[in-house]
Write a protein that binds this ligand. Sequence first.
Ligand code: PLP
Length: 384
Amino acid sequence: MISHPTSTSLHRCWAEIDLAALERNLRLIHASLPSHIRYVAVVKADAYGHGLHQVAARMMHSGTDLFAVANVSEAATLRELGPDWPILLLSPVLPEEDRFIAELDLAATLSTDEEVDRFSQIGQKTGRPVAVHLKIDTGMGRLGVWHEQAPALCAKIAANPNLRLAGIYTHFASPDDDLKFTEEQRRRFLTALAHCSQVDPRKIYVHADNSAGLETMPGASPFNAVRVGLLQFGILPHPNSLLSEVHTEPVFSFRTRVGIVKELPAGTTISYGRTHTLKQPTRIAVLCAGYGDGIPRAVSNRAQVLIHGKRCPVLGRVTMDQTIVDVSQIPGVKSGDEVVLVGTQGNAKISITEFSNWADTIPWETLCSVTKRVPRIYRTPLGI
Ligand SMILES: *Cc1c(COP(=O)(O)O)cnc(C)c1O
């Protein structure tokens, strides 16, 4: 039998996931919300790259009311873990997937008349009404029924015995940087909700706020649930976020190792495309990770990494399996030394937001870009 490397000392590039930090974050977020607000844990895209199985299992002990995922296959993973947990599908269900709504006992997002007909057929076939969350498009221009047509669709659902309206929600387009438009979206939503006269908002989930929305969530309102993704993982939706007061901590870190160290003469060009020329004799380290692991090529010549608790600049282009950094300023770097791409080392820190800025992207995408070659190593799997 071929033995597989398991301990981190044998990994070339790995993500560390601190489940105790996740649990502390959930408690802090809960404590910051009014007690009647229910918590929808958004765990789509493999729990933002943290690993759906491990993250959801931990969340099931931390006061989650409802899980939200993108699709039926993510829902199936969750259903295996927790037979009774309510699960909401945020993305559209394809017609071929309809039967899984009943088989896995899921709540579906509903935006169109066509979906009313399809989901109602499932309810009729199984003899059990299908749970739906009516989504209202208040200005995101993506899923949901346009807000002016929402009351009519709501009436249709309410009149259909094969459907059970379990929630009504909307999604903000710019909650982090356009407060005026966010307020307009809230207003449109509340107006539409007020015209859904068949519904008692107190008996269903009424939700709009994602992580960034939490900043402007009104105290007294029909909103009785939040859908939180990024913040659970200790990442603020934008650098000046008021949510920094919640004091969540990062759950994810991204690490690799030094492959080789060598000296190169001035004038040498580094990596593909020869985009960096050494101005002086330089000691470089070749790291055991590249875009094949999730270091975006866009960070070429821009990113920094931590080695021995100090920042080292990336030289030249990131390649598929290797990245080159300047370690001239750090004595004693050797093959096998740990390198932090995102996370802390000693007193130094590279946040995922800083890393994402180097790649001209956002933390959400950075997390989704860590590839399957990268093992997720779980810290503190039990207890706190
Ligand atoms: C992903 C998602 C969320 C969570 O957003 P965060 O900004 O990560 O908190 C909430 N609602 C919907 C509909 C989503 O797709």
